[in-house]
Design a binder for this molecule. Structure first.
Ligand code: URA
Length: 432
């Protein structure tokens, strides 16, 4: 087997066989295939896509690059959920406790922020001490005790995705349907959950910019799931606006905590209630979505499931007191208020640009070695479609970086005041 034969075949769209696909993945993981050759392989996939066989073989090779989990000695059922990535998307932190509250264990492998999007692992690390790096035994212990455990990729668990994900982020090959599908599904297939729920985001803040691509990504991931006899459901959701009001790591954990006490913004409530209800119906806790939504809404409003977020973070060594006592622990050098200069209906230039602003404030990585500032980010006091008067507070920026005027200019450029309200739905489509 050699690289030039494989890349030359793929360049002219000749299907790669199982051995060739496995060779690429395994050689990259063991270090014998250098980054520059893998980068060019990823770019050829970006341009030419993958056939169904290639995609299934590529995903399987990623799963088999590490260990797979065995949950057979624990009492289920088990649910898993994954989002394709968005701005302000802290759904998993609310979905997890809600589903676990009803006795369905949420066992999940999550990722870090990519581009303008945030990542669950980065958010959880704002609770000092919380670790993604846990053994299979510890993962199962937390799952059994709390009903929710989240871990990250490691050298043992889907190492291929860990390495490929980092390379894609810096080589312009993130927004490729087969690469996103294999990355997400490889992380889902290592854990034998009874149901997998995928939140495919579409819009300016997502990797899929239009509904056709989002539906294609959903179709491809369902196909991979079917090949493994997994129950997969998909929600296609709007990422033309950020989800909720908080963008940034600790800010988002705090918003998740508030939401779990019944004080969340409407769009976040709707998404979390729907996502949790789908998983509860899939796992036969409720017979239909309407009943499930009613019960889940009641639990969300009552705050009864909130302790599960705290218990899970503490069980994985995180200091949750920092979130409870937020203002004492997450202090930034600059707290910049951005106010409206006009009167009318609020719009933002794009969710993507808010994601990048948050990244520049210190909440994300421009380069893979950048360190995240957990206290940095944006809090939106007003949301899209709301009427604002001159001087109304629209957003507050939190940062430790000395660029106050630059950030003010950047933020002001993102605000559009319109004469008509723009309505933006949260959930666009459910696919079973
Ligand atoms: N989330 C993932 O896990 N992988 C991707 O490629 C994109 C989003």
């Amino acid at each position: 087997m050699n690289y030039s034969t494989i890349i030359n075949k793929k360049k002219i769209n000749i299907e790669l066989n199982k051995e060739e696909v496995e060779w690429i993945v395994n050689s990259f993981v063991d270090g014998s295939l250098p980054d520059y050759q893998m980068s060019s392989f990823l770019m050829v996939i970006w341009f030419n896509g993958m056939t169904e066989n290639e995609l299934i073989n590529f995903t399987n090779a990623m799963v088999n690059s590490g260990i797979t989990y065995d949950l057979s000695d624990l009492k289920g059922p088990f649910a898993d959920k994954h989002s394709t990535g968005g701005v302000g998307d802290k759904t998993s932190l609310i979905y997890g406790p809600l589903v676990a509250y009803f006795g369905v264990k949420v066992s999940k492998l999550s990722g870090r922020g990519l581009g303008q999007t945030g990542g669950t692992i980065d958010k959880l690390e704002s609770c000092t001490g919380w670790t993604e790096n846990i053994s299979q035994e510890k993962f199962k212990e937390v799952l059994n005790k709390v009903g929710l455990s989240i871990m990250g990729q490691s050298d043992d668990v889907v190492p291929a995705d860990k390495k490929i994900y980092l390379l894609r982020d810096v080589t312009g090959s993130v927004d490729s349907i087969p690469l996103i599908a294999s990355s997400i599904m490889s992380k889902k297939l290592v854990i034998p959950a009874d149901s997998i729920e995928l939140d495919v985001k579409v819009g300016s803040g997502a990797f899929m910019k239009n509904i056709e691509d989002a539906q294609e990504l959903a179709k491809v991931m369902i196909k991979i799931g079917k090949a493994h006899n997994r129950k997969v459901s998909v929600m296609i959701t709007n990422m033309d606006k950020p989800l909720g009001k908080a963008i940034g790591n600790a800010l988002e954990v705090k918003e998740a905590w508030d939401t779990l006490h019944g004080n969340g913004p409407d769009d976040l409530n709707e998404l979390c209630i729907t996502a949790a209800s789908i998983s509860l119906v899939s796992n036969h806790i409720f017979n239909d979505l309407e009943t499930a939504k009613k019960e889940v809404t009641e639990v969300l409003k009552s705050g009864k499931a909130a302790h599960i977020l705290k218990d899970f973070i503490e069980a994985q060594n995180g200091d949750f007191s920092k979130i409870i006592d937020y203002d004492k622990h997450f202090i930034t050098k600059y707290k910049i208020e951005i106010r409206s200069e006009n009167e009318g209906y609020l719009k933002f230039k794009s969710a993507e640009s808010l994601g990048y602003l948050s990244m520049h404030l210190g909440a994300g990585r421009a380069k893979k070695e950048d360190k995240i500032d957990f206290s940095a980010g944006i809090y939106l006091t007003k949301t899209i479609g709301q009427f604002v008067k001159k001087d109304d507070l629209i957003m507050t920026l939190y940062t430790n970086i000395d660029n106050k005027n630059g950030f003010i200019n950047l933020a002001k450029q993102l605000i559009i005041i319109d004469s008509k309200p723009s309505s933006q739905e949260t959930i666009i489509k459910l696919i079973d």
